[in-house]
Design a protein around this ligand. Structure first.
Ligand SMILES: Cc1cc2nc3c(=O)[nH]c(=O)nc-3n(C[C@H](O)[C@H](O)[C@H](O)COP(=O)(O)OP(=O)(O)OC[C@H]3O[C@@H](n4cnc5c(N)ncnc54)[C@H](O)[C@@H]3O)c2cc1C
Length: 486
């Protein structure tokens, strides 16, 4: 039976859910607080430059294909995808970097050049990673996280050891070269926790990296949001921007709608894709499932300090994706997870989309995005942002052997306070809740409220977890659950 469904937020998870629910014949309205849709994946346009504000790495193209395929469509009907080569560069010192190219064979050669004989071990490691990818990304992550039994299959029982070992241990067992270790530990950072706190089973991220590769949608990740908006609208979804929801209405334990800008919108079902903690604050206390204490105890993925910079010239010695791992990872990780503070010398990531996408910057100029991962909830002031910009731009100049400061036309920043203001993010987290062993599957916040009938949740704080592909999957999972419950 067709129901009216109010969805809070227009990030990847909400948009995905809206498509599935509309396809099932429901009357779906998306309410977004901001002026534009996309949530953490919004876009910034300035003086002819275009920046993705959030995600920049398009990994796991099969998940996007599966999403559009569910509607009889293909991503290529909406946006053009290009495989990047190199996928990325990693700096370890001045003029000292490794390029990760676009095939496993080429990457194996790079490994042998750094650590003779390591390619054989790499192939074995990636074979296990591929197997894990097939188990996790093609199957397990499409289970709704309701019961621990979802994780128990003949295949996962054989892999049980991998849930109790960590990526850090497994990588160090096989590889001795510090640079290769850092490269192999990098992909799980997308899951929001330290490699020492991430189960070895999550090596499927390494297969996503080396086995499948890094892609770029022409004109940026925001094209995927626009594609999903188009699909949603084709399916009849209504999208209302500038509609901050300030209350989820509940009568006798049943969700009955939402309020925004002084108006009430009745609905049979409410689904929130906003950050889970915030979504529960829209309920009276007695209807919340998780206490403040619960959230305080969870391992949150990092926040970030980001800069979007327009340069008046092309930059040298950098690629579309460039990582700066020239300082100690453990010291920075400690400042994020163990003893939250601003890191003395941060690792950072830089993206120059105009290296491969002519539309990202005016001709002869460069668009640069710089990201420093940070502990959620730390003090964020304009002075601190500026201090850290100076720190990384000085290092950037030294490491890449070029002067860029005088070529800056403008720079915009985004940090903890903006994550809170723009997305109602808990402590200003960027990527939601980390995927540690104790925060996996049924151990993550529920898709379905246990206290309020007809109230559901989706997004990177629920199952399966942080990242764009998991957010698409989260939207699908909650839509299936809503259908089953009604
Ligand atoms: C800087 C950064 C870099 C990243 N890089 C990558 C990457 O390279 N690759 C990758 O795969 N992933 C990346 N991620 C993670 C990825 O972007 C997220 O996992 C994903 O976008 C989360 O989608 P979501 O739908 O769960 O939440 P969101 O995108 O946060 O959507 C929630 C929406 O709810 C809205 N909202 C909140 N409160 C209300 C309210 N009261 N009323 C109405 N609306 C409300 C918000 O405005 C927002 O639009 C990155 C994230 C960040 C922040």
């Amino acid at each position: 039976m067709s129901k009216s469904i109010a969805i809070i937020g227009s990030g990847f998870s909400s948009l995905a859910a809206s498509c599935y629910l509309a396809k099932q014949g429901h009357d779906v309205t998306v309410f977004e607080k901001n002026e534009t849709i996309g949530g953490r994946a919004r876009q910034l346009k300035k003086d002819g430059f275009t920046f993705d504000i959030g995600p920049t790495w398009y990994w796991m193209p099969d998940v996007f294909e599966r999403f559009f395929g569910d509607f009889g469509k293909k991503p290529s009907e909406y946006y053009a995808l290009k495989k990047l080569n190199p996928a990325y560069n990693v700096y370890f010192g001045k003029d000292d970097y490794i390029s990760i190219e676009d095939t496993l064979d080429k990457i194996c050669q790079t490994f042998d050049d750094e650590e003779p004989g390591s390619s054989k071990k790499l192939r074995k490691f990636i074979k296990t990673a591929q197997n894990n990818y097939d188990v996790a990304i093609k199957d397990l992550v499409y289970r709704p996280g309701i019961s621990p039994l979802e994780l128990v299959t003949p295949v996962t029982i054989k892999k049980i050891g991998q849930f109790f070992s960590t990526i850090k241990k497994e990588v160090r067992k096989e590889f001795k070269n510090d640079k290769l270790i850092k490269i192999l530990e990098f992909p799980v950072l997308f899951l929001g926790a330290k490699p020492s706190n991430t189960p070895a089973f999550y090596s499927f991220m390494n297969f996503a990296d080396f086995g499948i590769g890094t892609f770029h949608p022409k004109n940026g990740m925001y094209q995927v949001i626009l594609a999903m908006e188009n699909l949603a609208k084709e399916l009849g979804v209504k999208v209302q921007t500038n509609h901050p929801i300030d209350k989820i209405l509940v009568e006798n334990g049943i969700a009955t709608g939402v309020t925004s800008n002084g108006n009430s919108y009745e609905s049979d079902i409410v689904l929130s894709g906003a950050d889970y903690h915030h979504s529960e604050t829209l309920l009276d206390k007695s209807y919340r499932q998780y206490s403040e204490n619960y959230w305080e105890k969870k391992v949150f993925a990092p926040s970030s300090l980001l800069f979007y910079v327009g340069f008046d010239k092309k930059l040298k010695n950098v690629e579309h994706h460039t990582l700066f791992f020239d300082v100690d990872f453990d010291t920075h990780a400690e400042a994020i997870y163990d003893n939250p503070k601003w890191p003395e010398e941060p690792l950072f990531y830089a993206s120059f989309p105009s290296k491969t996408d002519a539309n990202a910057a005016p001709s002869g100029q460069e668009a640069g995005i710089f990201l420093i991962p940070l502990a959620p909830g730390i003090t964020d002031t304009p002075e601190i942002r500026e201090k850290f910009f100076k720190k990384i731009i000085d290092r950037f100049e030294g490491l890449t052997s070029q002067k860029v400061k005088k070529s800056i036309i403008f720079k915009e920043s985004f940090c903890v306070n903006d994550f809170i203001k723009d997305y109602n993010s808990f402590k200003g987290n960027a990527y939601g809740m980390a995927n540690t062993l104790m925060q996996t599957a049924f151990l993550r916040p529920n898709l379905k409220s246990k206290k309020v009938k007809n109230l559901f949740f989706t997004g990177q704080l629920t199952v399966p977890g942080p990242g764009v592909p998991p957010s698409l999957i989260s939207g699908k999972l909650v839509a299936e659950l809503i259908n089953k419950s009604n």
